[in-house]
Each structure stands twice: as C-alpha cells, then as structure tokens.
Write a protein that binds this ligand. Structure first.
Ligand SMILES: Cc1cc2nc3c(=O)[nH]c(=O)nc-3n(C[C@H](O)[C@H](O)[C@H](O)COP(=O)(O)OP(=O)(O)OC[C@H]3O[C@@H](n4cnc5c(N)ncnc54)[C@H](O)[C@@H]3O)c2cc1C
Length: 554
C-alpha cells in the first residue's frame, strides 16, 4: 500500500534514492508488444475492455485487494455451530472483488459470449493483463472458460448451466445455483495414488438409472487436490464400468439440499495463497455425466486444451509484470553515481529479460489466433493444439528464473513482502505443475507428433514461413524435423525436443513481427551460441537501449 506524503526528513537521516511505487500506469497502454500483437492477430475491437482492465493493474486500490486476498487466506468451515455440515470456504472480501473484476472483463468467457473472430486473442490479452494483478482467481476463471466447450457437447445440460457460466455477473453468495446471477467452476481429477496417471483414479460413479451422457450418477471416493473451492459446480473425473468418465457435480441438488461433498482439509501451499485448494470426499454424491462413459480422458484433454492455454498465458503475464517492475525500479534508483538502468551490465540483464518477455507474448498471441481460426480451419486447430503444449512447457520452464532475476534487480527490497515480487515469485512455479508437469507435457507433445501427422505438418509449415531469414533458425528447423520424424527417438529426449520446438516457434514469430534488433538478439542467443545460460549475457552487438525502450518507454 502507498501512503500519501510520507516524511523523508527523519531524526538521523534523510530518506532518498527510493523509487516511487509503480502506480496509476495503464498496463495495456504501456505494453507496446501486447498492443501490437492484439492488433495484428485480430483482437483490436476489444481495446476498450483491455484498456479499462489495464487501468486496474497498477491501481493502488486493486493492488491492495490482491495483497489482502493473498495475506488473509481462505478458511475452511466444515460444520456450523450446531454440528451440521456446511463444507464451505470463507474468503476475504477482496477475493470476491477480484473475481467480480475478472467476470466484468469477461476473462472467464469472452469467446463464448462475443462469438466473433479475434475473441480468443482478446481474452488471451485480458488474461496476460489480469495475471499482473492477481493470479489466484484465474484458477476458477480458466476452469470456467475451459468447461464451456465441453458442456456444449451435452445440449440439455448446456441449456441449464451455460447462461450462468458465461454471465458477466459474479455472485459470491453460497446459495443454490438457480438463484444466482452467475456461477464459477472447479475441476478435480488428482487422487492420492495418482495425478498424471488418470487411469489410476479410484473414485467410482454408478448410474442411478439409465447410464449414459447427461444422466445422473452417484460418486464415491476422494480427490486429493481440488482448487477453486468456492466454485458452484465441480467438473470431476471418476471411473465408470467402461473406464474414466467426466461429471458435473453441483454443490446443491435440485430439491434444494446440499450435495454430499465433504471438504476435509485446505492445503497449506507455497504460493497461490488466495485460491483455496481442498482435499475432499464424495459419498453418494450426485453428478451428471458429460460425454460417454469410458471417454473421460479425451474429454479432459479437450478441456485441458483451454486450461493449458491459460497455464501459458499467466506466466507470460507474470513475466511482463516482473519486467515492468524491474525497469521501473532501475530507472528510479542510482548506485555508483548512475541510475541502475544506465549501468551497462544492468542494461544487459533488462534487455535479455525484455526479449524473453516479447518472445512469450508474441508466441501466445499467435496461438490465440489459431484458437480463433480453429472454428472453421482444421489446420489452425491442429496448430493451436500442438503449439499450446509446446508453449505451456517452455514458458513455465523460463518463468521461475525470470522472476528471480527481476527480483534481484531490486536488490534487498525485492525480497521483502511489501514489494510485489515475493508474491509473484511464489506463484511462478505453479502453472508448470498444473495441467501436466514438464515431463508429462513433453511426452504428450511427442505422442501427438507420432499419432497425429497433421500436428507435425502444420507446425513445420509455420516455421517454414520464415525459412531463409536466419541461418540459425533454418538449422534448428532441420534439427527439430529430424527429431520429430525419427521413429527411434527415445522418450528421454522429449524435453529436448519440446524446448527446441518452443525456441524455434518463438524465433519464427519474432522474425515475422518484432523489430530486427529484438529478433536478432533472440536468435543469436537462443538459437546461436552468443549468449550464456543466465539472463544478462547478451553479446556486445545488441541494441540494449532500443530493446529496453520498446519494453517500457520512459
Ligand atoms: C496448488 C495446487 C493446486 C492443484 N489443484 C488441482 C485441482 O484443482 N484439480 C486437480 O485435479 N489437481 C490439482 N492439482 C494437482 C496437480 O494437477 C497434480 O499435482 C499434477 O497433475 C501432477 O500429479 P501428481 O501430483 O500426482 O504427480 P505425479 O503424477 O506423481 O508426477 C510426479 C512427477 O513425475 C513426472 N512423471 C509422471 N509421469 C511420468 C512419466 N511417464 N515419465 C516421466 N516422468 C513422469 C511428472 O512430470 C512429475 O514431475 C493441484 C496441485 C497443486 C500443487
């Protein structure tokens, strides 16, 4: 929180050389890279919404809400004072305010509401902006976004639920969903004995009458992780006679009673503090089947296409926030008679971070265009599917050292809770774990290339668009092609492949969209051997000033 007119003349010293808080800057307006990408990829019609949201990111009132929602963490209420079960999570009011902001700006539903070209681009940009304010709420927000296309496959359920899921009004009341103005969703699959390996799920669902899509089942078993615990409906993976299936499990039953969902415990987590993650049990819990019995894994993979997209967009936003904070701090602090931002070695660190951030942003916005086009274009659909996995893998491998480096540019104050950096740092590893940790996602990529020939075809088609423009990229494309089409490539090389593919797609996107000084610096250090392993190791020939100015004019 910033306080007006603090005293600087103290008894023993004068407080000086302290940067002002980064406030009242519009996060969208000052982000040239994001604005250009939104324009280029077809989302500029949403600029008013994005500008309004961008105005909240560095608004001290909203920053304070984000801090409070993370400091005063959710509490579990299993029983009321009469010993009756209520299985409820109580959040700080700031959590609800931030959820309301996300709904107001349609981060949970823009493409499903707008139904127009460019809406995944617009939503992607909104998520990049929102993650700079607070990431915890983006768990229920992204799950809600991801479930809408699933539920549309079950028209009789969609008729009831979809209008509530895509409503712009967030409704925090813990009352039956049919009395609410809008609802949010949770998703749970992970059990104690297995998370990635969904087939090991032991929670079992038995039909109450006729089995089949849209019909009612009773679920018995446990889930070890279920985040977004304030949600109205839980999307659950459970075993059926024919294998895994997906179920919609509401908190309230049609007769107005509580569905028996026992919240056993809240997780005490490293970060992501505002978001409540529970352990729960089902005992004769009512759920409605989405899709066919035994087809749960393809249904989950379809859902994860959208949530993985979010798991790559959010760290992209965290990169942007950390970079902005780093440039702001170093512009406003001097050491050894110079502003930090003017110290040659600091310029190297900032420029290196800036090209990484631009590479992530432009790649994510290109993928967003593929999501938009996928309605009518099978090739773009295939490109979106494969590239979202590649991007999710790589941005999450880059984010933790990225945030660490930005934190370090602040010196000691970056390590102190009052700065935003510790919260961002604690948040930074989570999206690497969700929706498939690094190994799982790399193996998925390998499997997709082997099983779906179109994946490789469209991915290389995209890379070939810039063939001949950078010899290092040409060589990397050839290397990737050799790996993908080598039937004997062992799975232990899957991470290497995912990394090379990600860097190649980032380089290709930058060559097409960014100024030469950005694309060239990226290619010479990420594809060539002119950079080091840590940030801040760009070679002399790079145009440091131009890169930093582009990242944050000032
Ligand atoms: C804060 C938080 C909130 C969460 N919220 C939810 C939620 O709301 N809903 C939900 O369903 N889950 C949730 N999870 C769980 C999360 O999705 C799982 O932890 C994740 O999917 C991994 O499953 P696991 O923990 O069982 O790890 P495992 O599956 O046991 O994997 C452990 C490690 O082994 C690796 N591995 C797995 N298979 C292979 C293989 N074949 N080859 C090589 N390596 C392999 C993985 O990459 C990983 O690094 C949450 C987790 C956290 C930390």
């Amino acid at each position: 929180m910033s306080y007006p007119q603090p005293r600087t003349q103290l008894r023993t010293h004068v407080v000086e050389n302290q940067p002002p808080p980064l406030e009242f800057v519009n996060a969208y307006e000052q982000d040239t890279v994001l604005r250009e990408a939104v324009e280029r990829e077809g989302g500029a019609w949403a600029n008013d919404n994005l500008m309004a949201l961008g105005g909240k990111v560095f608004d001290p009132e909203w920053i304070e809400k984000a801090n409070l929602a993370n400091r005063i963490v959710p509490e579990l209420r299993r029983f009321n004072r009469f010993g009756q079960r209520v299985d409820t999570v109580e959040f700080h009011p700031s959590w609800h305010d931030i959820m309301g902001l996300a709904f107001e700006h349609e981060v949970h539903a823009l493409p499903w509401r707008a139904n127009r070209s460019g809406s995944h681009v617009a939503r992607g940009a909104a998520e990049i902006l929102f993650s700079q304010l607070e990431c915890g709420v983006l768990c229920p927000v992204d799950i809600t976004y991801g479930i809408v296309p699933m539920i549309r496959k079950q028209p009789e359920l969609a008729k009831v639920w979809e209008p509530l899921m895509i409503s712009k009004e967030y409704d925090s009341r813990q009352i039956p969903h049919w009395e609410k103005k809008g609802i949010s969703m949770a998703f749970t699959s992970t059990e104690k004995q297995g998370g990635s390996d969904i087939r090991r799920n032991s929670t079992f669902a038995t039909p109450t009458g006729q089995p089949g899509p849209g019909n009612e089942y009773l679920l018995t078993g446990h889930k070890w992780f279920c985040s977004a615990a304030g949600a109205d409906i839980i999307f659950v993976v459970a075993q059926t006679e024919k294998g895994p299936g997906c179920f919609l499990v509401p908190r309230w039953l049609p007769d107005g009673t509580r569905n028996p969902i026992s919240l056993e415990r809240l997780k005490d987590k490293l970060g992501n503090k505002s978001n409540a993650s529970t352990e729960l049990e089902f005992e004769g819990t009512h759920g409605w089947l989405i899709g066919e019995e035994g087809r749960g894994i393809p249904t989950v993979m379809e859902f994860m296409l959208h949530t993985r997209f979010g798991c790559a967009l959010i760290p992209t936003g965290m990169m942007r926030l950390s970079l902005t904070q780093a440039i702001h701090h170093t512009r406003n602090r001097t050491a050894f008679q110079r502003r930090l931002v003017d110290q040659p070695l600091m310029r190297n660190v900032l420029a290196d971070l800036a090209i990484e951030s631009e590479a992530a942003t432009t790649m994510m916005m290109r993928i967003a265009r593929a999501f938009d086009a996928s309605v009518s274009d099978e090739r773009e659909r295939a490109f979106g599917r494969i590239s979202v996995a590649v991007a999710k893998y790589w941005v999450n491998k880059r984010i933790v050292p990225f945030v660490h480096e930005c934190l370090e540019t602040h010196g000691g104050p970056g390590y102190i809770e009052e700065s935003v950096m510790p919260r961002v740092y604690r948040e930074s590893p989570i999206h690497g774990i969700w929706e498939g940790p690094g190994n799982v996602i790399s193996l998925d990529i390998l499997r997709a290339f082997r099983k779906e020939p179109l994946s490789g075809e469209v991915f290389f088609e995209e890379l070939e668009l810039v063939r001949g423009q950078d010899a290092r990229l040409d060589a990397t494309i050839d290397e990737c092609r050799a790996l993908v089409y080598d039937d004997h490539m062992p799975e232990l090389r899957a991470r290497y492949l995912a990394e090379r593919m990600a860097i190649a797609i980032q380089a290709a996107t930058l060559i097409r969209t960014a100024p030469n000084y950005v694309a060239d610096a990226f290619c010479m250090t990420r594809l060539g051997d002119e950079g080091g392993k840590a940030y801040g190791t760009l070679p002399m020939s790079v145009d440091f000033d131009a890169i930093i100015q582009r990242a944050y004019p000032g």
